[in-house]
Design a protein. Structure first.
Length: 405
């Protein structure tokens, strides 16, 4: 009965929201955008387990509201996306799930030399697998809050020289108490970047950063750390169809717990974007660095990753999208806090592939179909040989209807 009410509410929204959008337009305010999606999805492993997999059919109703204010020196964007999910198979005792996404963007130009950028992202939902620019984060099945706040002040020292002073705060808070005891953390980053435009097509930069990771509850040991970064990089426009970027340097990581071994390591990342035709966009990249641990009781990981994406407009109405990423994470026993059990050196491999096709019915409606595959192979073990995290694979297939107002 509850699902029927939500589903009907979504359909009614698709009927009445266009009128609301037109009403706003009729008053001369062009800042409102509204999207609605209804998706039907099949998930073959909803608990992400290696054995005894449980599958489920799902129906998702998603409303996206965007407000954009574009003034002479100020740009503000607000985005809110609530998503209601109905599960055929009860998920942790429930047939329904309600997730929320909120984004805030502010760009302010104070003068031709001085500008400010602020971006905030807030998420509430079920933590499973999240992707961002090829960066796959494997987490646990638990309701969670996630927030990240990025701020940058840019000052033009010379016509071709710019100084960026940037800061970032990210926090994760899981609602399941046993998960929160080891995984809730805050990440603080601050740094400077000096950028020099050598030619119209080439820019170089030097950067220095300090990152502090603090876990909210050190019930089983102190995994807090500080990491220092020093590096250089370059951006290159080879031609109008080919753009590349590369940066790299050195990291030093110290742990609050003196029994954990500090580490020095290189870091680097490179990416390239190729536009062979107006209908095709290809992006590829890779990188290596130390990173916060995603597996208790380890306090650090050395992570290498590669990623790529392809977007192609097959016709004026049909578009195809393909993305993929691979991450190899190495964990060391001497960088794990002491628990009732000892741990070994180990590694994890994570693969994620997704494909999507859209068909534009008219200027306001699209039909969508997608597939996403995730595979986590974990070799992390205790001294006794028990697995710390389960390996698993998961397929998700969906079809849907998107309406834009």
């Amino acid at each position: 009965m509850k699902f029927a009410k939500w589903f009907c509410a979504g359909l009614l929204a698709m009927v009445f929201l266009p009128n609301a959008a037109r009403a706003v337009d009729s008053e001369g305010l062009k800042f409102l955008q509204l999207n609605n999606r209804v998706r039907f999805e099949y998930d073959d492993n909803i608990y992400q387990t290696k054995n005894d997999k449980i599958d489920s059919f799902k129906i998702l109703e998603e409303v996206e509201m965007l407000l954009n204010f574009n003034l002479e020196n100020t740009y503000v964007s607000l985005r809110y996306r609530p998503t209601f999910t109905w599960w055929q198979e009860k998920y942790e005792g429930k047939n329904t799930e309600f997730d929320n996404d909120f984004d805030f963007v502010l760009n302010q130009t104070f003068s031709p030399r001085l500008s400010l950028s602020i971006v905030d992202t807030l998420r509430y939902g079920k933590a499973v697998v999240a992707s961002d620019h090829g960066d796959t984060v494997i987490s646990t099945n638990s309701d969670f809050y996630y927030n990240t706040l990025n701020g940058t002040v840019s000052y033009l020292l010379q016509p071709d020289t710019r100084l960026d002073v940037a800061g970032r705060w990210a926090g994760v808070w899981y609602q399941q108490s046993d998960v929160a005891e080891t995984e809730n953390f805050n990440d603080y980053v601050g740094g400077l970047t000096l950028r020099q435009q050598l030619t119209a097509k080439t820019a170089v930069f030097a950067e220095g950063r300090l990152e502090t990771i603090r876990y909210e509850k050190d019930v089983y040991g102190d995994r807090n750390s500080k990491t220092y970064y020093l590096g250089v990089g370059a951006d290159q426009t080879f031609n109008p169809k080919l753009v590349g970027s590369i940066d790299g340097g050195y990291q030093h990581k110290d742990f609050t717990d003196s029994s954990l071994t500090s580490e020095n390591a290189p870091y680097g990342e490179a990416s390239i974007t190729f536009l062979p035709s107006p209908a095709t966009r290809i992006t590829a990249g890779g990188g290596y660095s130390m990173y916060e641990s995603e597996a208790f009781p380890y306090a650090n990981q050395n992570r290498a990753q590669i990623y790529g994406s392809l977007a192609h407009d097959l016709t004026a109405r049909i578009s195809l999208y393909l993305t993929g990423s691979y991450i190899d994470s190495q964990y060391k026993a001497d960088q794990a806090v002491k628990t009732a059990y000892g741990v070994r050196d180990g590694s994890e491999d994570a693969v994620q592939v997704s494909a999507r096709a859209t068909y534009k019915v008219n200027r306001s409606n699209w039909l969508e179909a997608g597939w996403e595959f995730t595979d986590l192979s974990s070799g992390l073990k205790t001294d006794a040989g028990a697995s710390i995290r389960d390996s698993y694979d998961e397929n998700r297939v969906d079809v849907g209807w998107k309406t834009s107002f």
